[in-house]
Ligand binder design. Structure first.
Ligand code: FAD
Length: 394
């Protein structure tokens, strides 16, 4: 089959890899002029880690990744107030856990295509017109093409989703937070392999020291702190952060000063995509476009890879009967993703607690994370990804 995939992030190239193995003809389309670089770091483990293993990507991922030793919560003077060493979590997942930049993971997956997949950068699927035998796909720049299937792997704000399923109202559910991230070079202090975090009610800022003297910062804040009349656009990100974190203490004045030299920052609302169907006719949605779990799940990338693996596998097993394959893809993955979404939404309140009491309580609970039985009790089910995926032979 000829399959057009919109979006070369995490899920798009994973799908392209599996579909190529099954002998399909793939076109990848990416809006950015090249693979996105920089950006935030993500924890990578569970079901996605297993798929990366099947794809032979672990050596490179481990090379690019970091093994976090400690998560540390500090007060406005930088004094340790809570946190945990990650040993107990590591033991629970048998060491199959790493932290790396999203862009490094995406580039590693894309690299596995080894030049076998045609990719158009700086373009986007712009129209999808379905006939009985095929889909006619228009682009912003490239001439139109025909395909058997179209896949929207274009993230939380998917254009394919809007084109085929209509406006986002009703499917994008806000979790009540905004998130921002950027990286700078030469920032001091550094704490190697320690994720350092400072929170005041409703606002939290964290830093992570990386190789090449880089530091990445992650900001999360509750929506009520978003200044009136400002939007969630990346252009406004800097001024919003400068306003929201001005009085937060700790290293914020230095971090906000460092932000001034940064060209681009990641800034967005924290939302989930909740849909009752991920496919329609000859179009399927994948990854964040279909079922964004949000950063609060700490696993969206791995889940996006799992969805790609299952979609490609079911297409292979159904020998080109895309309707049956699409139905099986949804049956297999949707209940699991919905469970992940519910648990991420429950976790939301502990991410940037509303009150000083909430922060103190969260810090206390986190101190207990040294205890393996407690980690197992609180997070065991989530960390183990209790879902069994078939071996599709990719
Ligand atoms: C701050 C933050 C922290 C996170 N932490 C974690 C974590 O710890 N662990 C984890 O597993 N996950 C984490 N996630 C979630 C994870 O990044 C996503 O779930 C994952 O990237 C989803 O992959 P995807 O391929 O579906 O979408 P994306 O990775 O978003 O890729 C979508 C691609 O589509 C492209 N695109 C967008 N629009 C168009 C268009 N119109 N046409 C063509 N291309 C388009 C984009 O440029 C991008 O390359 C985090 C997310 C955030 C925001």
């Amino acid at each position: 089959m000829r399959i057009i995939i919109n979006g070369a992030g995490i899920s798009g190239p994973t799908l392209a890899y599996c579909l190529r193995k099954a002998g399909h003809d793939i076109l990848l389309v990416e809006a950015a002029p090249q693979l996105r670089r920089g950006g935030y770091v993500l924890d990578f483990w569970g079901i996605g880690y297993d798929i990366a293993d099947k794809m032979g990507l672990l050596p490179r991922i481990r090379e690019l990744g970091y093994q976090v030793r400690e998560v540390r919560f500090v007060d406005r003077h930088g004094r340790k107030r809570g946190g945990f060493s990650t040993g107990a979590i590591g033991r629970l997942v048998n060491g199959r856990f790493t932290t790396l930049r999203r862009s490094d993971l995406a580039a590693t997956i894309y690299g596995a295509l080894d030049g076998t997949v045609e990719t158009i950068f700086g373009d986007s699927v712009a129209s999808i017109e379905e006939t009985r035998q095929c889909v006619r796909v228009g682009f912003d720049c490239a001439p139109p093409r025909q395909a058997d299937l179209v896949v929207g792997a274009d993230g939380l704000h998917s254009r394919v989703r809007r084109l085929v399923f209509g406006p986002d109202a009703g499917v994008e559910v806000s979790l009540g937070y905004h998130v921002a991230a950027f990286a700078v070079e030469g920032y001091r202090p550094r704490d190697e392999l320690v994720y350092v975090s400072h929170g005041v009610p409703g606002r939290q800022v964290s830093r992570w020291s990386m190789r090449d003297d880089k530091t990445v910062f992650l900001f999360v804040f509750r929506d009520e702190y978003l200044p009136a009349a400002s939007s969630s656009s990346e252009q406004e990100g800097k001024s919003v952060l400068a306003h929201v974190f001005a009085d937060v203490g700790w290293e914020c004045p230095r971090i906000l000063a460092a932000m001034e030299s940064v060209h681009s920052i990641y800034f967005d609302r924290v939302s989930q995509i909740r849909m009752d169907r991920w496919t329609k006719g000859r179009t399927a949605l994948l990854g964040d476009a279909a079922a964004c779990v949000s950063l609060l799940a700490g696993e969206g990338a791995g889940l996006a890879m799992a969805e790609a693996y299952v979609l490609a596998g079911e297409l292979r097993n159904c020998g080109g009967d895309h309707q049956t394959a699409f139905a099986r893809y949804q049956q297999r993955m949707m209940p699991f993703l919905k469970r992940k979404q519910r648990s991420a939404a429950r976790f939301a309140s502990s991410f940037a607690p509303k009150s000083t009491f909430g922060i103190t309580f969260r810090n206390l609970v986190m101190r207990l994370m040294q205890l393996p039985f407690l980690v197992d009790f609180l997070f065991g089910r989530e960390l183990r990804d209790e879902v069994k995926l078939p071996d599709y032979g990719f």
